[in-house]
Design a protein around this ligand. Structure first.
Ligand code: PNS
Length: 160
């Protein structure tokens, strides 16, 4: 069985992420959505909260599972016999950000990274923009699935 991993912070999952996960699930037998820790970003949701939100979003995709990992990505893929990752590219900026990571991961263990171009409708969406819009009282509908919007609004209300 070909298992691939879709790693990311997912703080929180957006429609852009979901698009990549759905499309990867059509191409590969099993997709693991892996919530990782990005030490350069301050997270709003705990890894457990992010996993719950993702599981709610992918409940209709039987070949998608959700996991969490705090170490090197390549240690997770090696441990689980995963030989490839799938990531989304919105723009050249994403490409420049992703390229050295894909090359470093390949150098470390030979793991491959497949890139899917983000569907045009979601090209402007990021977790950071959606959080900022919602926290400042704007309407992030269209960027985030309903369960995620609701969770973000609960965070916003708790902060105010
Ligand atoms: O959604 P993000 O924050 O852009 O994803 C970040 C991710 C998953 C690519 C990065 O945080 C990551 O790879 N974390 C695991 C630690 C690791 O393996 N670092 C070396 C990457 S070459």
């Amino acid at each position: 069985m070909t298992t691939v991993c879709c790693p990311g912070s997912f703080d929180p999952i957006t429609y852009g992420h979901l698009d990549i996960i759905q499309r990867a699930s059509k191409q590969f037998e099993h997709v693991v959505v892996l919530v990782t820790v990005n030490k350069s970003k301050k997270a709003m949701f705990t890894p457990e909260e992010r996993m719950v939100l993702i599981r709610e979003c992918v409940h209709d995709l039987p070949n998608v599972t959700v996991d969490h990992w705090e170490g090197l990505l390549v240690d997770y893929t090696s441990k689980h016999g995963i030989t490839a990752m799938v990531k989304g590219l919105r723009s050249g900026l994403d490409y420049e950000y992703e390229k050295p990571m894909a090359q470093a991961n390949s150098k470390l263990t030979g793991v491959e990274t497949f890139f899917l171009l983000t569907s045009p409708a979601y090209g402007y969406i990021s977790s950071s923009i959606a959080k900022e819009v919602s926290l400042l009282g704007g309407d992030a509908n269209g960027m985030l699935p309903d369960n995620v919007l609701a969770a973000l609004e609960r965070k916003r209300d708790a902060l105010t």
